[in-house]
Design a protein around this ligand. Structure first.
Ligand SMILES: NC(=O)c1ccc[n+]([C@@H]2O[C@H](COP(=O)([O-])OP(=O)(O)OC[C@H]3O[C@@H](n4cnc5c(N)ncnc54)[C@H](O)[C@@H]3O)[C@@H](O)[C@H]2O)c1
Length: 333
């Protein structure tokens, strides 16, 4: 098969190696050019993945090279400006790192720019592509545990925007990316923690209602069960547990299993890159589209907003700045 999608990777730090692996293993893609402001990193990355076209200025790269797909692998403050710039340069798809942006205003501008230029935008909440979560999503959609009434997610490390963004994103994914009506939440911040150059918090809890009345609970921070993305889905006819501490990646029980826990056979996985190319070719949304990324960021921001306002926050969110930043600037936390 022709390697016909020419790829540029912007930001050659930690996470960019995961993206490079996806492209290297994708028969329809070739890493054509890379950009980083750090020349040493750029050179080492170029050598490792055999990419000769190396730029310290990503705009020059986009102007010079004929690029189809862009991976944005920089820290969150740069996601919006880079995605918006890349969308203007005739690319077909962009896979941008999580969290989608620093605030909802930036995320909205990313969606608008990609829509205006006909670019498929995907946010790298890649755990959506992990087979236990994919299988659980399919089981719930098929009614295997009846009507969902509660989904409880726990992210035992890091903050909402860094690690729990995956957990919240998975909770929305598992329930078919249904809209959320309101959120109530609280955060605790000790000292002045930051993560990836953004203000951060030590502990957070959020309780939310899906439009159909099902409820979600998210706990995040170091005082929760250790490990990531433990998710418990409760339905009228059964339960599914994902990554429960000490348990398998997935187990479920319903009438069919006689109420006993069972582990299902899992589907094979595809990568976010493969889904991006498929989404372009089939002219459909990516599994982790920009709109999904926006919904996830909105829920995270609503937890901060609820903590700031000390009340429930109805969605859609009106505040386009980060309420956490506003709280800190106001001297509240
Ligand atoms: N999806 C995941 O599971 C996952 C895991 C880890 C990190 N991340 C996310 O990936 C992002 C990057 O994290 P990281 O650990 O790789 O950070 P990093 O600091 O290691 O890498 C960022 C790179 O971007 C470069 N850069 C900065 N500004 C640039 C510009 N204008 N043009 C080109 N390059 C520029 C830096 O020099 C650096 O090499 C973060 O948003 C983080 O949340 C996602």
């Amino acid at each position: 098969m022709d390697k016909n999608y020419k790829v540029a990777i912007i930001g050659c730090g930690g996470i960019s190696h995961m993206h490079a692996g996806w492209y290297v293993n994708e028969p329809r893609a070739t890493i054509t050019a890379i950009a980083d402001i750090d020349e040493e990193r750029l050179k080492a990355y170029g050598e490792r993945y055999e990419v000769e076209k190396q730029y310290t200025d990503f705009i020059e790269m986009l102007q010079t090279e004929d690029i189809d797909l862009v991976s944005v692998c920089t820290r969150p403050k740069h996601h919006a400006p880079l995605v918006i710039e890349a969308a203007k340069h005739g690319v077909k798809g962009i896979l941008s790192e999580k969290p989608m942006a620093e605030n909802l205003g930036q995320a909205k501008a990313m969606l608008e720019s990609c829509s205006q230029h006909g670019v498929k935008l995907a946010i790298d909440h890649q755990v959506r592509f992990s087979s236990p979560y994919q299988h659980a999503q399919e089981m719930i959609a098929d009614g295997a545990i009846g009507d969902i009434f509660r989904i409880h997610g726990i992210c035992g490390g890091g903050d909402l925007k860094d690690n729990a963004t995956h957990t919240v994103d998975l909770m929305l994914y598992l329930y078919g990316d249904r809209p959320v009506s309101w959120v109530i939440g609280q955060i605790e911040r000790i000292g002045t923690p930051t993560k990836y150059d953004l203000h951060s918090e030590d502990f957070a809890i959020g309780y939310f209602k899906f439009e159909d009345n099902a409820r979600g609970i998210i706990e995040s921070g170091n005082d929760t069960a250790p490990g990531y993305h433990h998710i418990y889905c409760y339905g009228t006819e059964g339960e599914i547990e994902l990554a429960a501490p000490g348990g398998p990646g997935i187990r479920y029980r319903n009438q069919e299993t006689g109420g006993e826990w069972a582990t299902p056979e899992l589907p094979s996985e595809i990568t976010p890159v493969r889904d991006l190319i498929n989404a372009i070719e089939e002219d459909r949304e990516h599994r982790s589209s920009g709109h999904c990324g926006y919904a996830t960021l909105e829920l995270l921001m609503a937890i901060y907003e609820s903590s700031r306002k000390r009340q429930r926050v109805r969605l859609p969110m009106e505040e386009m700045e980060s309420p956490l930043t506003l709280m800190i600037e106001d001297g509240w936390v």
